[in-house]
Write a protein that binds this ligand. Structure first.
Ligand SMILES: Cc1cc2nc3c(=O)[nH]c(=O)nc-3n(C[C@H](O)[C@H](O)[C@H](O)COP(=O)(O)OP(=O)(O)OC[C@H]3O[C@@H](n4cnc5c(N)ncnc54)[C@H](O)[C@@H]3O)c2cc1C
Length: 390
């Protein structure tokens, strides 16, 4: 899909270093106050565009860097290390961009993909509805043919970046009787009459990454708003989610790496019974488990990213990467809280924010249970086809 194979290790590491510097200087110092106020990090999002980080795997002809998935994962991990909220905005941007990259016409790519990849527009992806979460086929937002175009009615909820986005990919039923095969995808520029937003939803974590309920009141869409063929939107959504789950894995890995750093730092500084915590074997066992979990998760994401670059089916690799990284992240952050003792429960400590931020990772873009169901499905299909589970 991209020119990824030509990416050198040094190019990727140079990009990682640039983002690491940016995050340390311009993101981390204000992350706690944005968590408290819920302020959208507009300046940081703009800077990601200036740093050429908004279209890392998008081909150069469409304004991206044309790098491989490992480069994208490195970028997401660095951003998440400094601020999970910014990383959530960042991965939601890529989730909005991906359907256009995969299914857009040349005209749609020129119109939307290029400004997204250059950071001039922010992306969003609107699939979930109040009564259709894991079960997307039960969505009721409807796109009705109207002359040459369509009329869109219904609502979506928990949509990241919705009010800030310049482009949102919206999934709707163009054939209500057809279930999953009745879903179509549409690309919507900002500012269409009939599109309105709730206030930002009040969340436990990633508090400066806003989500909204979005209402579509008989919105008129031109014919060229349709992404791909009518009825292929469900398949497109699943294809894109399988890829994007690896980005969520990278986000989890960035958060887990930060938690590990904070745990070692605290275990070094905090003295009890006349010695630093890190000299107690019980603490060392926790640190060892955390280090192993972080490394396994990072290697798993890189493996899945390699599968993504081959263009192969990503159901299994995407689910494994997300499941392993997000469950490990939660466990690592929880252990880091434990190592902090009472301080880990205090709003003034960074690890307390990470504990709230990381919880969403096991829920969005397919819950952990949905990842396991996907894995069981691919496993039994393999068994039925090849007579083997390996
Ligand atoms: C902060 C945040 C940001 C989000 N951003 C976006 C976004 O940008 N775009 C978007 O479209 N959506 C977004 N979402 C929605 C998110 O993807 C969904 O919340 C998620 O997919 C789960 O759907 P649900 O909340 O309806 O839970 P449900 O589907 O109601 O699931 C509830 C529980 O039941 C379990 N469950 C469901 N079905 C099964 C089953 N068949 N077998 C076993 N267990 C099952 C689930 O694992 C879960 O534990 C966001 C959500 C949040 C909270």
């Amino acid at each position: 899909m991209t020119a990824g194979a030509e990416v050198t290790q040094s190019e990727r590491e140079a990009m990682r270093a640039a983002l690491r510097d940016f995050v340390a200087a311009e993101v981390m110092p204000s992350a706690a106050s944005r968590d408290a106020t819920g302020e959208f990090p507009a300046a940081a999002v703009r800077r990601l565009g200036e740093l050429d980080a908004m279209g890392i795997h998008v081909p150069v002809e469409f304004g991206g860097l044309g790098l491989d998935t490992a480069s994208l994962l490195a970028a997401v991990e660095e951003v998440a290390y400094g601020d999970a909220s910014l990383a959530s905005i960042y991965t939601a941007h890529y989730l909005g961009l991906e359907p256009i990259l995969v299914a857009g016409t040349e005209e749609q790519k020129a119109k939307y993909l290029a400004p997204l990849a250059q950071g001039d527009l922010l992306g969003a992806f609107a699939l979930t509805e109040p009564d259709a979460g894991s079960d997307i086929a039960s969505m009721t937002t409807t796109a009705t043919p109207d002359g040459e175009g369509w009329r869109l009615s219904g609502s979506k909820t928990y949509i990241s970046n919705a009010a800030e986005a310049g482009v949102t990919v919206v999934f709707a039923k163009s054939d209500r009787a057809a279930g999953f095969r009745g879903i179509s995808a549409f690309v919507l520029p900002a500012g269409l009459p009939g599109v309105t937003f709730s206030s930002p939803q009040d969340k436990s974590g990633i508090r400066s990454a806003p989500t909204y309920t979005v209402f579509f009141d008989d919105v008129s869409l031109p014919a060229d708003a349709l992404l791909g063929e009518a009825g292929t939107g469900g398949k497109l959504a699943m294809h894109v989610l399988n890829a994007a789950r690896i980005d969520v894995a990278a986000m989890a890995n960035g958060v887990a790496r930060r938690a590990l750093h904070l745990a070692v730092e605290h275990a070094t500084d905090r003295v009890q019974f006349s010695q630093p915590l890190r000299d107690f074997q019980a603490i060392q066992l926790l640190l060892g488990e955390m280090d192993a979990a972080v490394e396994v998760s990072r290697q798993t994401a890189l493996w899945a990213g390699g599968v993504r670059d081959t263009g192969a089916d990503l159901r299994r690799a995407g689910s494994i990467a997300k499941y392993v990284a997000t469950e490990n992240c939660f466990s690592v952050v929880d252990k880091a809280v434990q190592i902090h003792g009472g301080m880990g429960f205090m709003r003034e400590s960074e690890i307390e924010r990470l504990f709230r931020d990381c919880r969403i990772l096991r829920i969005y873009e397919g819950t952990s249970q949905i990842q396991l169901l996907t894995l069981a499905g691919t496993l039994t299909a393999r068994f039925d086809r090849d007579g083997t589970a390996s």
